[in-house]
Design a protein around this ligand. Structure first.
Ligand SMILES: NC(=O)c1ccc[n+]([C@@H]2O[C@H](COP(=O)([O-])OP(=O)(O)OC[C@H]3O[C@@H](n4cnc5c(N)ncnc54)[C@H](OP(=O)(O)O)[C@@H]3O)[C@@H](O)[C@H]2O)c1
Length: 183
């Protein structure tokens, strides 16, 4: 099963934890707990922002560059198709970004864990994609700002209740409408 986890600003901006001072500690703890022990898939740019493999998870990094080297514990894939072919369905994988990867993997995703932070991030360069019809919000919990969380924030869970989730590799086209808000 493929899950997606992301934290966005109110304009769908990615990069919340890099762009706001103090950040949202509750989201960092949520990410840590939810993904602990599971494989995480990310794009090369997200890997470079993190700067090292995430502890206690199998780190899978997507890059087209066959010459780029990574630490030995990182599994490198050179296409979404290669990732899907090698992915064991029994494994709960978390796709952790960034926007380029989210857009391509969305048709294969079962559940989305989305934290929406009540802040606009004008410096953001990457955005979460608009969800196609069929994605339904099944859970929402909102918290106010406090001394450990610099802005109000909501934890949303989306499930795909409409269009069939692609289990097999096929040609897909996802419109590049990443500037649109999710809600
Ligand atoms: N708020 C959040 O939840 C969150 C989560 C993750 C990231 N972010 C932010 O998002 C930003 C990075 O996101 P991004 O969208 O710019 O980049 P990204 O998705 O992290 O990485 C893009 C790179 O992934 C590789 N790639 C993409 N598609 C591929 C494919 N089909 N096959 C093989 N390789 C592929 C390419 O690497 P090569 O160029 O090496 O070929 C591409 O340049 C950062 O600012 C990060 O902080 C935010």
């Amino acid at each position: 099963m493929i899950n997606l986890i992301a934290c966005v600003g109110s304009g769908n901006e990615l990069g919340v934890h890099d762009l706001i001072p103090g950040s949202i500690r509750r989201d960092l703890l949520f990410f840590k707990e939810l993904t602990d022990g599971h494989p995480v898939l990310m794009g090369r740019k997200t890997y470079e922002v993190i700067g090292r493999p995430i502890h206690n998870r199998t780190n899978i990094v997507l890059t087209h560059n066959k010459n780029q080297t990574f630490p030995k514990e990182v599994i490198v894939k050179h296409s979404i198709e290669e990732f899907l072919e090698d992915n064991n369905d029994d494994n709960e994988v978390f796709v952790i970004g960034g926007g380029v990867i989210f857009r391509q993997i969305l048709p294969y995703v079962h559940r989305i864990y989305l934290t929406v932070v009540d802040v606009r991030l004008d410096a953001a360069k990457s955005f979460f994609p608009k969800l196609p019809l069929g994605w339904v919000c099944v859970s929402e919990k909102t918290y106010p700002a406090d001394k450990e969380n610099s802005y109000a924030h909501s934890f949303l869970i989306y499930e795909n209740k409409g269009s069939a989730i692609k289990e097999k590799i096929s040609l897909i086209t996802v419109p590049d409408d990443s500037q649109q808000p999710v809600k």
